[in-house]
Structures are given as C-alpha cells and as structure tokens.
Design a protein around this ligand. Structure first.
Ligand code: ZN
Ligand code: MN
Length: 153
C-alpha cells in the first residue's frame, strides 16, 4: 500500500508482462488509484477518480483495466448477491466488514483461526476447497444511527 510510485509501476509492468498483457497509461492509472485506496471502490468510483488524471478515459476502459488487474492477480474482485462488485488492491488474505445499508466495505483487522477454518474445510463432502471468504455484515458508524444491534439469542 505504501510502495514508491516507481515500485508500483514495476509491479504492474512485471505482472502484465507475465500475463501477456501490454502496459498502458490507462491501466497504470487504474492500478495506482486502486493500490493507494482502502475504500474497495466500485468500477464507477474508480472511473470518477481516475478520469481526473486521465481526462479521455472511458468507464468501459476502466472496467476492462480492472478485470485485467484481477486476471493478473494484482486486484481482487468482490462480488455481491445483488450483482454489484467492488475492487480491492490488497491481495493478501484478509477479511471484510460490509455495511448492509450503504454498501461500504472496510478491512477487518482480525484474522480467523486457521485451525478452525481447516476443520470446517475437512467437513466438506465431495468438494475440493481452494479458499474461503469471510465477511462480517452490519452497519457502519454513520448508518448505525437509529439501528439496533442484533443480540445473539
Ligand atoms: Zn453504512
Ligand atoms: Mn480489503
């Protein structure tokens, strides 16, 4: 997250090359923004920020650039049941908090117990587990006003 601009570009060039993709300034602008933010933006939000620096860029180009970054392992696409998607420039294992009112997604500092996850995976029948996703849902601070917390029964 705090790499120098030069190393961010080197990371991008190497990953694109390794995946047979060309380096473009549009892709670089999308990657730089995604790499610097912790906001898990939607494609629209990335577009609104990136077009300030790359005036001619289209939403379609931003969307394709995001998908290219995901394909190169430089970003993670978080999809939701309502068909919406957010992009995460952080690709190490971590979990999320998601506000069910405004949709904001933030990183959860805590980690799940690896042994408990392995125990759950071992209980899967006729299924090859390759990963898992943990998301805590609820209300962010601004949306929590007027909401009652769910108490465990
Ligand atoms: Zn919220
Ligand atoms: Mn994240």
């Amino acid at each position: 997250m705090f790499d120098s601009p030069e190393s961010v570009e080197t990371i991008l060039r190497q990953a694109l090359e390794a995946n047979g993709q060309r380096f473009t300034e549009q892709r670089a602008a999308v990657f730089r923004y995604l790499h610097a933010t912790e906001s898990h933006p939607t494609a629209d939000e990335v577009f609104l920020h990136v077009r300030e620096n790359v005036p001619g860029i289209s939403l379609a180009t931003v969307y394709k650039s995001l998908e290219t970054l995901v394909g190169c392992g430089l970003a993670v696409k978080l999809t939701y049941g309502d068909g919406s998607a957010r992009y995460d420039g952080r690709t190490d294992d971590h979990h999320h908090l998601r506000c069910v009112a405004c949709g904001v997604v933030t990183d959860l500092p805590g980690r799940a117990d690896d042994r408990e996850v392995a125990r759950l995976a071992a209980s899967a029948q006729e299924f090859m587990v390759t990963g898992y996703r943990l998301e805590l849902t609820g209300y962010c601070t601004s949306c929590a006003q007027g909401q009652t917390r769910a108490h465990p029964a």
